[in-house]
Design a protein around this ligand. Sequence first.
Ligand code: KIV
Length: 271
Amino acid sequence: MAYLDDTKPLKLGDIARLRASGEKIAMLTCYDASFAAMFDQCGVDAILVGDSLGNVVQGHTTTLPVKLDHMIYHTECVFRGMRHAFLVTDMPFGSYQESREQAMRNAAQLLAVGAQMVKIEGGAYMADTVRFLVERGVPVCAHIGLTPQAVHQLGGYRVQGKGDAAAATLKADALALEQAGAAMMVIEMTPSDVAADITRSLKTCATIGIGAGPTCNGQVLVLHDMIGVSPGKRPRFVRNFIPGTGTVEGAVKAYVAAVKDGSFPAGEHGY
Ligand code: KIV
């Protein structure tokens, strides 16, 4: 379904219209201008300059060493390459948790170089910060479930929201973040039925799943996972789209098509 005019840059309202129309939102991470230009040609709706660059670009084992300056640099690179997709940038660890004023100061630097929205990790305790940013003109993507910046607190990269109590807490987090103004919400490594319940319960906020089942309003993958070049063990929620397509461009197009027609993620990618 070609719901949007792909000659124009997407805006926040277009993301809301995609959600409302039921068309799935295809999002990928990106860190440079060349891939950003290719993503536009392949119909990617939203680009995330993820702090996963700490892993896949910088070679760290966590996202914790990523600095605001790194996110600014990669956002500049991506922004120069793209014309169409909606651009979201991660706020790195330590750049927004201290106070809502700190979050605003640092988010402003990301918007100044092209980001249209910032992503921050955390549950209901971040709602005050989300509201502060949104009221001051900064669109916010929340990130719940597995929040990689909290890896040491969580004790590893584990599925979150398992069991009735944890699922209820996650849902309460999602509702509080939407109430505070988050327009998009990444749900990571969460049982599919829990993410489905959250997606049904939200009124305006677009859910973007990664290891959260097929019913989210959209999907995101880390580029390097999607083309099979990330070192180490592949998480269950990842599909390598290179086999069967043969080129990176083919893989990106196949990913977009599979998200749009609902064939990705399949049951085997969920929890
Ligand atoms: O940093 C990142 O790439 C992310 C995605 C995994 C959602 O946050």
